[in-house]
Design a binder for this molecule. Structure first.
Ligand code: SAH
Ligand code: SF4
Ligand code: F3S
Length: 447
């Protein structure tokens, strides 16, 4: 590869989960420290970071088509950008990317991206570099301070997963579970608030497994962390995601009834309604234990909005077992949910299991499941019509004078009137659609 000049502009494109969004922001901050600025909207960047996701086949394939598109555009413009592949595909397929895509000069895994600036120095000299180490010391200490952020921000508190669900790549791409230290999190949360955050979503692949020691040296779990973050002045809302049913303790359930700033929303993936399938997935819960857990949360916070993840067509799933998923959905009444066709991932136990389900069967099951989930989402939204609630304004709407934000139940709400991004406003919910609600602005409250 030819030596090139130092990049002046960058673009970070993040795919996949919210943790990738967080990582993408942190990489952008690091590049900013190097004096590289975001490429203006619609213009090509000198450096493109593809922050990738490996969770399903389609997500991973996107990387190669994106690389192809970027280098074709570069060739047409007579100037090839530097391309870095980061994220979970980088971790899982680093060598393959280097072999298959000569246009890529940097491959950096999710635990190594603090080394991006060094790699960039090499790339500028024409050297290609791969770093997919998973160092025991966390990358976080090497990242610059938080200076700018959105009203609704993410904060990674826990990373990695030890659960090894048989279909999932995350334990391989993100490594073993680690919890970031309590004091670092309190510090970062305060910085985010100083930088404009009103809401913080605590992130982890298995966030409810977070544990640490508070400033007095006492052990604390996620509930204790939330309790202490709720004391941060200027922080109005706290959320957390994603939890595993096995790590939800009574203190966290109680927190939902006791901490006003903890929003009435819980994303708790179940994956399937059949106990046989759940066992084959190596999920450590049953349909019944999951439902019982939800009862506890709903008792603590009756207006709790529930969200989940589902996989249809796990190897060996029969029609009758899929019906059990539909029955569970009917029983829970989710406010929203994500549902996916099973995708065999290289290196995971389920990929070589007997009874791989034909695509047509998966398509049909996904359609039926999504119809049920959409029905429940609309019902949930309609049920909130007539209520007043606080909305955090996150961006401008399509039309002049229109604003978009989130309700406490994580619904998208649009309304018209005097407001600005970052305001917490009181809105009456007047009309519900499947994906958003219309609100009427009541009065501005102190933001
Ligand atoms: N850490 C989170 C998220 C994992 S990935 C958690 O444990 O819930 C998000 C969702 O993707 C999972 O909950 C699961 O529903 C889905 N998923 C993971 N691997 C998959 C696969 N191989 N095929 C289809 N969906 C998958
Ligand atoms: Fe993947 Fe299971 Fe871990 Fe979630 S809990 S990240 S689905 S292995
Ligand atoms: Fe995807 Fe990695 Fe997140 S595989 S879902 S980006 S943890």
């Amino acid at each position: 590869m030819k030596p090139t000049t130092s990049p002046k502009t960058y673009k970070v494109k993040s795919f996949g989960c919210q943790m990738n969004v967080y990582d993408g922001e942190r990489m952008a901050e690091m590049l900013g420290e190097q004096g590289i600025v975001p490429a203006p909207e619609g213009e090509d960047a000198d450096l493109v970071v593809l922050n990738t996701c490996h969770i399903r086949e389609k997500a991973a394939e996107k990387v190669y088509s994106d690389i192809g598109r970027i280098s074709k555009a570069g060739a047409e413009a007579g100037k090839q950008p530097l391309i870095a592949v980061a994220g979970c595909v980088a971790q899982a397929e680093g060598e393959e990317i280097m072999a298959r895509a000569p246009a890529v000069s940097m491959v950096v895994g999710p635990q190594a991206y603090h080394r991006l600036p060094e790699m960039l120095d090499k790339a500028v000299k024409g050297e290609r570099a791969t770093d997919t180490d998973m160092p025991a010391i966390a990358k976080f200490a090497a990242l610059p301070e938080r200076r700018r952020t959105a009203p609704a921000s993410f904060l990674t508190v826990q990373e990695g997963c030890d659960k090894f669900c048989t279909y999932c790549v995350v334990p391989y791409t993100r490594g073993a579970e680690i919890s970031r230290p309590y004091s670092d999190l309190v510090t970062e949360a305060k910085k985010l608030v100083d930088a404009g955050a009103k809401e913080i979503t605590l992130l982890g692949q298995n966030v409810s497994a977070w544990s640490g020691e508070n400033e007095k040296g006492h052990p604390v779990g996620l509930a204790g962390l939330i309790r202490d973050l709720a004391k941060v002045d200027g922080l109005a809302r706290i959320r957390y995601t994603t939890s595993h049913p096995a790590d939800m303790d009574d203190e966290l359930i109680a927190a939902h009834g006791e901490i006003d700033k903890l929003m009435p929303f819980l994303h708790l993936p179940v994956q399937a309604g059949s106990d046989r399938v759940l066992k084959a997935m190596n999920r450590s819960h049953t349909a019944e234990s999951y439902l019982k857990l939800l009862d506890g949360f709903r008792a603590a916070r009756p207006d709790l909005a529930l969200s989940g993840d589902f996989i249809v067509g796990f190897p060996g799933e029969t029609d009758a077992e899929f019906e059990e998923t539909l029955a569970l959905v009917d029983e829970v009444g989710y406010a929203q949910a994500f549902s996916f066709k099973y995708s065999p991932r290289p290196g995971t136990p389920a990929a070589t299991m007997d009874g791989q389900v034909p695509k047509v069967v998966m398509d049909e099951r996904l359609q039926r499941l999504q119809a049920a989930l959409n029905r429940d989402q609309l019902a949930f939204n309609k049920n909130t019509v007539g209520r007043g609630c606080e909305v955090l304004v996150e961006r401008k709407g399509k039309h002049p004078g229109q604003w978009l934000g989130k309700s406490p139940w994580l619904q998208s709400v649009w309304f018209e009137g005097r407001a600005q991004i970052g305001d917490l406003v009181q809105v009456d919910l007047v009309e519900a659609g499947p994906n958003s609600l219309a609100g009427k602005l009541r009065e501005a409250v102190a933001a």
